[in-house]
Ligand binder design. Structure first.
Ligand SMILES: NC(=O)c1ccc[n+]([C@@H]2O[C@H](COP(=O)([O-])OP(=O)(O)OC[C@H]3O[C@@H](n4cnc5c(N)ncnc54)[C@H](OP(=O)(O)O)[C@@H]3O)[C@@H](O)[C@H]2O)c1
Length: 198
């Protein structure tokens, strides 16, 4: 089952600082929510399925902990958390959140019949593994075009494996209009981009 990485990163590929996001860009957060939640138009649930179609978001334990408790789990998406500690306390009453010991297990627990899209949403350790996976088919990358101090980094994107897609391709994938070009929030410039597997 193919999956997409979703990330916001600086030109130096910085993504985090002190176990948190180094920035707060409301339009990027809205984009993340919309893209990871939207069920594609062409997706059909098998007849007789009682539960609704829902995308899955896969994340590392540190990223899970970085989400404020009141926003966990990310709503209308199947949340899957990866930790080597099988007894890790998710501190969350929602029984639908799945705790798994590896990326491969994360894919295994997904009910494909009702999961149109799978997104790997970080952090660095998980991206590093996921980007090398044969089923990693695209990267939704919000490029932060300003200098920001970071201590956690996204892996190098190998341009012989991934190509920068056109803005049209990005809009076709997310099935929505996306602002083209550089946007500004406070002192930060940023841009919505997408890479696809060649
Ligand atoms: N800019 C963005 O788009 C973005 C997105 C997401 C996250 N972030 C940032 O990235 C940072 C977090 O990244 P991170 O690399 O420190 O942590 P992470 O990838 O979120 O989580 C790391 C944890 O995942 C588990 N893990 C990793 N590899 C594993 C494997 N192969 N098998 C089983 N479990 C595995 C381990 O959990 P245990 O220790 O429990 O075993 C490990 O400590 C934060 O600053 C966060 O804000 C940024």
């Amino acid at each position: 089952m193919n999956f997409t990485l979703v990330v916001a990163a600086t030109e130096e590929l910085g993504i985090g600082l002190r176990a948190n996001l180094p920035w707060r860009i409301p339009k990027d957060m809205a984009f993340f929510k919309e893209v990871t939640t939207r069920v594609p138009r062409a997706f059909n649930l098998p007849t007789g399925t009682s539960e609704p179609a829902q995308n899955a978001v896969i994340m590392g334990r540190i990223t899970w902990e970085s989400i404020p408790a009141k926003f966990r789990p990310l709503d209308k998406r199947t949340n899957i958390v990866i930790s080597r500690n099988v007894e890790f306390d998710l501190q969350c009453k929602d029984q639908t959140v799945k705790l798994v010991p590896s990326i491969e297990r994360a894919f295994d627990v997904i009910d494909r019949s009702r999961t149109p899209r799978v997104f790997v949403i970080g952090g660095a350790q998980i991206y590093r593994e996921a980007i090398k996976h044969a089923n990693c088919s695209r990267i939704l990358l919000t490029r932060i075009r300003s200098l920001v101090d970071c201590d956690t980094f996204f892996p190098e994107i190998d341009e012989s494996l991934f190509r920068l897609a056109s803005h049209n391709e990005l809009e076709e994938f997310v099935e929505a209009e996306v602002v083209d070009g550089i946007l500004t929030h406070k002192n930060l410039d940023y841009q919505f981009t997408m890479y696809v597997k060649r």
